[in-house]
Ligand binder design. Structure first.
Ligand code: NDP
Length: 434
């Protein structure tokens, strides 16, 4: 704690894992005296670097770039890149730490990492985004590779940014390899990768609901965010017969009493992905909706809540509102969106609650499938990838149930942490103190 006292998000993530795995470690003779968790919380490598670039006015701008290579016990480092002004060491270390457990849960051979920059893509032209991405990769390329570290997208890094990053990596290395995932379909990408995190979150929620003989059919669903994860979570809820009541961005949320249907969702996708507009524009087009500036959607009555925007976006008070309105299931699409007090309240009320490292693992799992296709130089069909994704999410769900159930209630946080820990810890033990 002392070593990382200035990193609150990282401490929050580590504390949550420690609270659930330390008892388990104490019961297992093989982990005794090995200081496994102490080793896991120290990144194998943390790189920070200057990214200078020229804006459209000809001014030189400087941002800070990062890559945290957290743990490579079970495979090369794997995890997204985030471009957002809030990015710092604490946030990236929390994300990289979570990623280690998440990747382990997918059952695919991937270690954990995370990176990004405090660069703010909002309001930048395509040319500025390209120059930034190229300069960012000029340095990052020294530290990554298809057998070392394979970054992907995250907040602020989508298909456009991955394209620019890949272009510069290829130029520097003179190699066409699967060094990034989330690539375009015609240059090594996988079908279903854009959809995978959102779809996977809803598959996971469906598996949880099934344990109570329930399903998504007919449920009202509150979603935060309107980016990659939120869009495809909404799409899958619609496929399964649920009703999507809300979407949001950092300026507020929209509530559509008639539900966001497929046509309205297509409007949101175009607004966010092509026009790069604000969610408030939704109410100019659809009169069934209202916009609530500066607010989060957790006060809207629902059966299921899917926080899909960012960390610490759902407080203890928000959890009380959800519970008071009869919410029975919360699955995190984002990483650590629920604050510890909120998670505590969900557990107390014994509702279904899935932590992001389990429920949003579909994105990185499908990135793993993209890596396999790149290595084999083949492309699987949509159905093949979607079926593999469904199997992986079901497997993660069942693993959480196996490790997290006590007196008939499944604590998915505990289940995910222990199941994720065991595989990495065993690999670290086998490889010795390195
Ligand atoms: P996007 O950039 O596509 O979308 C992010 C969304 O969240 C936007 O609607 C954005 O609004 C909103 N948001 C971001 N920061 C804040 C904030 N501080 N306050 C309120 N709203 C905010 O990112 P993704 O959809 O890819 O990522 C969303 C979450 O899912 C993140 O936690 C990410 O780590 C996690 N995740 C993503 C995966 C992926 O495959 N993409 C995989 C696993 C997890 P605005 O546009 O106004 O900023």
């Amino acid at each position: 704690k002392a070593r990382n006292s200035h990193e609150p998000e990282f401490l929050q993530a580590v504390q949550e894992v420690a609270e659930t795995v330390l008892d388990y470690i104490a019961e297992q003779d093989i982990y005794n005296g090995k200081n496994i968790l102490l080793r896991m919380v120290e990144p194998e490598r943390a790189i920070s670097f200057r990214v200078s670039w020229v804006d459209d006015q000809g001014e030189i701008q400087v941002n800070r770039g990062y890559r945290i290579q957290m743990n490579s016990a079970i495979g090369p480092y794997k995890g997204g890149l985030r471009f957002h002004p809030s990015v710092n060491m604490s946030i990236l270390k929390f994300l990289a730490f979570e990623q280690v457990f998440k990747n382990s849960l997918t059952t695919l051979p991937m270690g954990g990492g995370k990176g990004g920059s405090d660069f703010d893509p909002k309001g930048k032209s395509d040319a500025e985004i390209m120059r930034f991405c190229h300069n960012f990769m000029a340095e990052l390329s020294r530290h990554i590779g298809p057998h070392t570290d394979i970054p992907a997208g995250d907040i602020g890094v989508g298909a456009r940014e991955i394209g620019f990053l890949f272009g510069m990596y290829k130029k520097i290395k003179n190699e066409f390899t699967g060094v990034l995932t989330g690539k375009g379909l015609s240059w090594g990408g996988s079908l279903i990768r854009p959809e995978a995190t959102g779809y996977g979150t809803v598959y996971f929620a469906e598996s949880m609901l099934q344990t109570k003989n329930e399903s998504m059919e007919g449920k009202s669903v509150v979603i935060s965010g309107s980016g990659n994860v939120a869009q495809y979570a909404a799409e899958k809820v619609l496929h399964l017969g649920g009703k999507v009541l809300t979407l949001s961005d950092s300026s507020g949320y929209i509530y559509d009493k008639d539900g966001v249907d497929a046509e309205k969702l297509a409007f949101v996708m175009d607004l966010k992905n092509n026009k790069r507009g604000r969610i408030s524009e939704y109410v100019e087009k659809y009169s069934s909706a209202e916009f609530f500036e500066g607010e989060t959607p957790w006060g809207v009555a629902c059966d299921v809540a899917l926080p899909c925007a960012t960390q610490n976006e759902l407080s203890g008070e928000d959890a009380e509102k959800l519970l008071g309105n009869g919410c029975i299931c919360v699955a995190e699409g984002a990483n650590m969106p629920c604050m510890p007090e909120a998670v505590h309240k969900f557990h107390e009320a014994k509702i279904l609650f899935a932590p992001g490292k389990a429920s949003n693992a579909g994105g990185v799992a499908t990135s793993g499938l993209e890596m396999s296709q790149n290595s084999l130089r083949i492309s699987w069909t949509r159905e093949e990838v979607d079926n593999k994704l469904k199997d992986i999410m079901k497997n993660i769900h069942d693993n959480c149930v196996a490790y997290g159930t006590e007196d008939g209630y499944t604590n998915y946080v505990k289940g995910a942490n222990i199941a994720g820990f065991v595989k990495v810890a065993d690999a670290m033990l086998a490889q010795g103190v390195v």
